[in-house]
Design a protein around this ligand. Structure first.
Ligand code: SF4
Length: 383
């Protein structure tokens, strides 16, 4: 029997392309698809924002009160995902400030994860025995309103100069216990390919460094950044893990799909770290849809982070109970691959603590009484 192979790329076709707002409808494709053009044309002022969306009174007031502390920056691509008439659009909520951002509540902290405290040299956070965070830039294509590093991100005076970079590399080289380096920021893909390759090549030359992770939101906010050249360059330094940050199914576009495909084809392993945000993804159905889309994009849902205690993001915080309900609605009801770990990054530098619904009803000696995802009880007896 002859088998006819169906070559239609049906999964890719399920992902819609971003629709350009009128402001850029005459922009040439070569510009729109160019990451440097996208960076240069970022929306930074209310005048331009008003040409793209119908800005409401709350957003006007929030911009006036916030832009000096934490800039607005939105790539034309990410702006094209915003609903122009809906101030509660989940993409818009992440990119355009609300007045909730101006409130500092009692539990807020400037550096809730104590990243500065555990900094032996500028630009390195060394908290866990075998891994470090390495800050290489403080620029990001989009300044996310829920960012935990608002104190540094978007402040050009805090960016990692070459001297700081060298000190960081020297620290990693001198500490033989470091086997895993999380290259972070800001967004490390804001570095040029040349600077990034310099960093990767120096790290790869260190015998005790086994793996790198690149923490980037470019797949979500600037997928044009994933060029053939970048993918080729990364493939020289494997194993390279990419940790990205999709928060809503609206962000899973054809452009994002193609960017993930380029990295996956180049051999990178891609994990997603979603942050639980009120009004954006605090609903099990949304998280289920997001995780299913991510798997089709060859991205593994890895973490759901409880929104931390950074200043000015209390309006995004949900009760811990909301996260537990989401995990409960995923576990067993869909593939285990689509069920990330729900964690609280403990204030004060305690690290990530997993939070799980309770599936153990009783444990006595060798007997465990368990409940499954449907609430049915089962007994397991240890041999
Ligand atoms: S990409 Fe990450 S570091 Fe940059 S603003 Fe968004 S959350 Fe903050």
């Amino acid at each position: 029997m002859a088998f006819t192979i169906v070559t239609k790329n049906t999964v890719r076709e399920r992902f819609p392309s971003a629709v350009r707002p009128d402001l850029w409808k005459d922009t040439e494709d070569k510009d729109w698809n160019n990451w440097i053009w996208q960076q240069q044309k970022r929306i930074k002022s209310m005048d331009v924002l008003e040409k793209v969306i119908n800005v409401d009174a709350d957003e006007h007031a929030a911009f006036a009160g916030s832009h000096e502390q934490f800039n607005m920056g939105i790539t034309p691509y990410y702006a094209s995902l915003m609903d122009k008439n809906d101030p509660n659009c989940p993409v818009r909520l992440q990119a355009v400030a609300k007045t909730g951002e101006l409130k500092i509540v009692d539990t807020d902290m400037e550096d809730p994860l104590a990243e500065e405290r555990d900094m032996p040299v500028p630009g390195i956070t060394h908290r866990y025995p075998d891994r470090v965070l390495f800050y290489t830039t403080h620029n990001c294509p989009v300044y996310c309103r829920h960012c935990t590093r608002k104190r540094k991100v978007a402040d050009p005076s805090s960016s990692a100069a070459n001297k700081q970079l060298e000190e960081g590399l020297a620290y990693i080289e001198a500490h033989k216990e470091i086997r895993d380096v999380v290259i972070s920021g800001g967004d490390p893909l804001s570095n040029s390919d040349e600077r990034l390759e310099y960093i990767l090549s120096r790290l790869r030359a260190i015998e005790h460094v086994q793996v790198f992770r690149i923490g980037t939101r470019n797949l979500v906010t600037l997928p044009q950044r994933i060029t053939d050249n970048l993918a080729r360059m990364l493939s020289k330094y494997h194993p390279v893990f990419i940790h990205t940050h999709f928060n809503h199914p609206k962000e899973c576009t054809r452009e994002a799909f193609d960017a993930c495909a380029k990295l996956a084809d180049a051999g990178c392993v891609i994990n997603n770290q979603m942050v639980l945000l009120k009004g954006v993804n605090d609903d099990p159905k949304i998280v289920m849809e997001l995780n299913h889309k991510l798997l089709m994009m060859r991205v593994r849902p890895y973490y759901i982070f409880q929104c931390d205690l950074s200043q000015g993001i209390s309006h995004f915080r949900t009760p811990v109970e909301t996260g537990l309900k989401i995990v409960q609605a995923l576990r067993g009801w869909t593939s285990g691959m689509a069920v990330p770990h729900y964690v609280i990054d403990a204030p004060g530098g305690g690290g990530k603590i997993p939070i799980l619904p309770n599936y153990v009803i009783k444990h006595e000696g060798k007997k465990w009484l368990l409940r499954n995802y449907k609430g049915l009880e089962f007994e397991y007896i240890e041999p």
